[in-house]
Design a protein around this ligand. Structure first.
Ligand SMILES: [Zn+2]
Length: 307
């Protein structure tokens, strides 16, 4: 019998914490059926009931990393993608770009590189406009995830991949795509494309950051529209995911769950998993536990048949 391969789809959603319910927490008052399903049939707010089963994990994890102040994306994401406490190493939360003290760790032991080193395949599904590449080569302003890719040789997908359906716009639909003209797709098509990519690799990462941007009140983004769009995307992922795919969703720090402030928060962030790898993350308590759990999952996935 052919062993069924396992695929990990890692959805990194920037700036989503689990905060107190109320009129300034859109996660508590909006109807978000897919997020509610992922959260085990409850709104992603307040004291959520955790669940840890073989194929389901509903939990929250610490994003403050024992460091005072408001968590930031640079150190938070570096910690998430290396398993090292990059905020403690930097002596503070720092972002949105990586702190200089995080860069060597991101370059030498990031999750994507570690996955490749175990003989598994890894993809970063986000599409970047071609002008991003010249910009970043000139400015050297790599984000944590793009630096992970660059350091480990994982392809950064551009407009050619987007045109072929082999990459996903960061805002899911490609509405307002800043590069060559592109006909927007639906959230459902974006989800289908992402699942297709997930089936081609052991590990596929997609990064969604509009939640953080909306939480900061930037870009005239309506947080309710953003969350509804994200929920449609998640609904399709849940609907079309088969049991060879483990879906992992987490964030780097809170923000959009508290619209009374434009800043990040110190709230815990969700860790939501569906699929056969869920148990590998069941003990996760902070951002630092995610990369090791993902590596355990990938290690299991590439175990030869019959062992
Ligand atoms: Zn932010």
């Amino acid at each position: 019998m052919r062993p069924s391969p396992m695929h990990l789809l890692f959805l990194f959603v920037d700036g989503v914490g689990v905060g107190a319910p109320g009129s300034t927490n859109p996660f508590s008052y909006l109807r978000l059926p897919a997020l509610a399903e992922l959260a085990g049939g409850q709104a992603l707010a307040g004291d959520i009931q955790t669940r840890a089963e073989d194929t389901v994990l509903v939990s929250t994890i610490d994003a403050t990393l024992g460091v005072e102040g408001l968590p930031q994306s640079g150190t938070g994401q570096a910690s998430l993608f290396t398993g090292l406490n990059c905020a403690a190493i930097a002596g503070r939360h720092f972002g949105p770009f990586p702190h200089s003290s995080s860069r060597p760790f991101i370059e030498e032991r990031n999750l994507l590189g570690e996955i490749l080193a175990r003989g598994a395949s890894a993809a970063f599904a986000n599409a970047y406009p071609d002008r991003f590449f010249s910009y970043v080569e000139t400015t050297n302003r790599w984000t944590v995830t793009t630096l992970c890719c660059r350091a480990s040789g994982v392809e950064l997908r551009g407009e050619a991949a987007l045109a072929k359906g082999k990459a996903i716009p960061a805002n899911l639909t490609g509405e307002g795509w800043p590069g060559d003209p592109f006909s927007p797709i639906t959230e459902e098509t974006a989800a289908d494309r992402l699942l297709d990519l997930a089936h081609e690799h052991s590990f596929t990462l997609f990064e969604y950051y509009l939640t953080d941007k909306a939480g900061h009140g930037r870009g005239n983004l309506d947080v309710e529209a953003i969350l509804s769009s994200l929920d449609r995307f998640l609904a399709r992922l849940l609907d079309r995911r088969d049991e060879s795919v483990t879906l992992v969703i987490t964030s780097d720090h809170g923000n959009a769950e508290d619209m009374s402030t434009r800043s990040h928060t110190r709230n815990q962030v969700p860790l939501l998993v569906r699929g056969p790898g869920a148990r590998h993350l069941s003990g996760a308590a902070s951002l630092l536990d995610v990369a090791p759990g993902v590596l355990r999952m990938v290690g299991t996935a590439i175990q030869p048949a019959g062992q």
